[in-house]
Design a protein around this ligand. Structure first.
Ligand code: ADP
Ligand code: ZN
Ligand code: ZN
Length: 743
């Protein structure tokens, strides 16, 4: 092995990540040094011994080798959280393709240098009797501020200095005086012992108990595995998570709970709060920089030992990690859409391995990837087949919209759905109407020639809004509604498909007595609007909740007895191979909202494709039926998980440059494997699904192979060439592995 050099960062803060220093790896240490290692190096003008972290190794230094100093030693404690997170960054870089800086920025917490006031706590240092005597004395003298303070301290024992100053109106200098007199002392805050309300803790049913015991047996034997908890909607998965966490926290370990999207799962978060109180730290993107810094500090100091949040919460700087729980593991939100385009599932499993933690993936509709791994034994399969408590799964009916049309029904409500809505309204029960718009945009097209109106900058169809405008969802471009087809001049231009606003108007017309709440992108722009709409619905302020996929996640409404899916086909014909899976998941989740209480639930699915296996399986509540069909299809077509895709996205402001570069890359790949037997398949290099975005042209190359490893090593060879070869100057290249959506 030749001479190795290491990139080292000294100041591991977000702002300083690109200040990387090169050091020589002495031969005596060469076997011990890897990304994530903490090392001692001479630093600065005085060559002071300083600690730093290795972030990368290389054989070619950028500086003159004779000027490069040598690493002094490896610091024994290399299992710090920082070390682990740097190793995770290295994993992201290698697996998903990015620079090390991009990967480090993804995993290391932003430490905003906000001047953040340290919270001060004061506690009573006298015996109660003494304090009461003193209080009587002060009251006699009418020292009201001091008396208020002492009363508060007698009651609470420990209060924040802020409260003392504000609520008791004591002066700061008096606090100091009282400290000198031994009445009170300034104290570090103690971890509050939070006792959950026992009436809110259900006794586990036998199925749940089984699952918990299986996990704990492994855990207590020191076995760390990845589990797939497959439990139908309402089977009590969350209750299982809470139990597992409880056990792990008792052993002094910590846990991460991942949820797809915070604003849609506040009820889940609330249940964790009710059980673990102040030990919980939330991390999410709608937090301010200050809130985030505060949360990170509570995590780093050990005050919070459970972290809940979306995929990036995976990088919470928790020490002693014992478990990572990933709720709704099938959700597309777990895949990052910025480089490195990591998937939280694989990354969680990697971090857990480093930390000696277990991973629990939970879902009512597991991803095809996870379920196939569970069947092959790579994950341990745990199942909950029944709904918890007494609730039963709802009855599902499909309605063929073609028949409705033949019978002359031009309304968006089939006769069956209308009947059921009226029945529900009469019984004062609630209804959820669901429009699965994921992967669909309400475009405007010409009924004569089929021309679709597109954004001039982005090559995606424009979406029709009721105020009469057409809008681009990518770049915000807006234009007036077009009344004449620009191609054939026909006046029959119309919006295709359904939008929530249109449905709302129809509901108001057909069911004028019903109160309606609408939940979609437009009504949920503000910070707490999701929560407001959902709580209003749970307070029964409306009879009907109409919404997009936002309404299908994890809410429990005992009074909802009817769920209507207005156009199941909308998500069935998306531009990628996951459309069937996505439709099945959405339908199951939507159906899972009905009949959560004691009353029986009913689901009506309206569709032009009642025979499609995703709809059939959803109607039968049969994940297994869906999985069998879906897996056979993936196998036949060579789609994940039966094969893997490496995606290379080539971007340039100049269209011909992008096309040229794509052609060159294709040739390079072909040439590189001339001698290899195990050849990759290169699919159609060509325009990306969005061929142009913000005036940048996008070409895409899909490379397919059964072995992920084969694709990773191909990318590793391409990466340095595409990044530095002059013929690729001005071309921006991004990579992805098994994308959630076609690019
Ligand atoms: P999931 O996460 O699988 O959808 P939840 O954990 O939300 O299921 O449970 C569904 C409902 O059943 C919740 O209202 C929950 O409080 C209740 N529940 C869960 N476990 C039990 C149990 N063992 N006994 C009674 N009710 C339970
Ligand atoms: Zn036309
Ligand atoms: Zn646009």
């Amino acid at each position: 092995m030749g001479q190795l050099f290491a990139d080292i960062i000294i100041d591991i803060s977000h702002e300083a990540l690109d200040r990387v220093f090169e050091y020589r790896v002495p031969f005596s240490l060469s076997g011990q040094i890897a990304p994530g290692c903490r090392v001692c190096v001479p630093f600065g003008q005085g060559n002071r011994e300083t600690e730093g972290y290795v972030v990368a190794l290389k054989t070619e230094p950028e500086y003159a080798p004779e000027k490069i100093k040598e690493i002094l030693s490896v610091v024994a404690d290399s299992v710090s959280v920082e070390s682990q997170l740097i190793k995770v960054a290295d994993f992201l870089r290698k697996r998903y393709g990015s620079s090390m800086i991009q990967a480090l920025r993804t995993v290391l917490p932003v430490k905003k240098k906000v001047r953040h006031k340290e919270e001060e706590w004061i506690s009573l240092c006298l015996e109660n009797a003494q304090a009461e005597e003193l209080l009587a004395n002060w009251e006699k003298r009418h020292w009201s501020a001091r008396s208020r303070l002492l009363t508060m301290l007698l009651k609470e024992k420990t209060i924040s200095a802020q409260d003392a100053l504000k609520q008791c109106k004591v002066a700061r200098k008096d606090l100091k005086k009282l400290e000198e007199q031994g009445v009170l002392c300034f104290a570090a805050k103690q971890k509050k012992d939070f006792v959950p309300d026992p009436s809110k803790i259900p006794v586990l049913n036998p199925e749940q108990k089984n699952v918990v015991e299986h996990f704990l047996e492994d855990y207590d034997r020191g076995e760390r595995k990845t589990y797939l908890l497959y439990g139908v909607t309402g089977s009590g998965k969350t209750e299982v998570y809470l139990n597992l966490l409880e056990h792990i926290l008792k052993e002094g370990k910590t846990g991460i709970v991942l949820i797809p999207e915070i604003s849609l799962t506040f009820q889940t978060v609330r249940r964790f709060r009710e059980r673990f109180g102040e030990r919980i730290a939330l991390l999410h993107s709608r937090m301010s920089g200050g809130e985030r810094t505060q949360a990170i500090e509570r995590i780093a100091s050990g005050e919070a030992d459970v972290v809940i949040g979306p995929r990036s919460a995976l990088f919470a700087p928790l020490k002693n990690l014992g478990i990572i729980i990933m709720d709704e593991e099938h959700d597309g939100a777990y895949k990052s859409d910025t480089t490195p385009k990591y998937h939280a599932r694989e990354t969680a499993i990697y971090r857990a391995k480093l930390a000696g933690a277990s991973v629990v993936l939970g879902s009512a509709t597991p991803s095809v990837e996870s379920y196939s791994r569970a069947l092959s034994g790579e994950y341990v399969l745990l199942t909950l087949k029944k709904r918890a408590g007494d609730a039963r799964l709802p009855l599902v009916e499909t309605v063929d919209l073609r028949e409705e049309f033949k019978e002359g029904n031009r309304s968006m409500f089939s006769r069956r759905l209308r009947e059921e809505i009226n029945r529900c309204l009469a019984r004062k029960e609630q209804i959820m109407l669901f429009l699965n718009r994921r992967g669909f945009a309400g475009f405007v097209s010409c009924r004569s020639c089929g021309h679709v109106i597109k954004c001039p900058h982005c090559d995606v169809s424009l979406t029709y809004h009721r105020n009469g405008s057409l809008r681009c969802h990518y770049c915000g471009f807006e234009t007036q509604y077009i009344r004449q087809c620009p191609v054939c001049k026909s006046p029959h231009v119309a919006a295709f498909g359904l939008g929530t606003e249109k449905v709302e108007a129809a509901i108001k017309k057909e069911f004028p007595e019903a109160g309606v709440l609408r939940m979609d992108m437009d009504t949920t722009r503000k910070k707490h609007s999701h929560e407001e709409i959902l709580s209003a619905f749970s307070r029964k302020e409306a009879d009907i909740l109409l919404g997009t996929q936002m309404i299908v996640k994890g809410h429990d409404y005992a009074n909802v007895t009817l769920v209507g899916i207005l156009a199941a086909d909308m998500s069935l014909h998306g531009p990628d191979y996951r459309s069937g899976e996505r439709t099945f998941q959405l339908l199951c989740q939507a159906a899972g909202r009905a009949g959560r209480g004691e009353k029986e639930g009913k689901v009506i699915i309206q569709t032009y494709n009642p025979e499609h296996y995703a709809l059939q399986a959803a109607a039968h509540h049969s994940y297994e039926e869906f999985y069998r069909e879906e897996y056979a299809y993936r196998r036949l077509m060579g789609y994940p998980p039966c094969a893997h895709f490496l995606v290379i996205l080539i971007q340039s402001g100049d269209e011909s440059q992008a096309v040229l570069a794509a052609g060159r890359i294709q040739k390079m790949i072909e040439k590189s494997q001339e001698k290899e037997e195990d050849r990759v398949l290169i699919l159609n290099p060509g325009q990306a699904v969005i061929a142009k975005m913000r005036d940048v042209y996008r070409q895409v190359i899909y490379v397919r192979h059964e072995s992920e490893q084969r694709l990773l090593s191909l990318r590793e060879r391409l990466e340095p060439v595409l990044a530095s070869h002059p013929v690729f100057a001005g071309i921006q290249v991004q990579y992805d592995l098994d994308p959630m959506n076609f690019m």
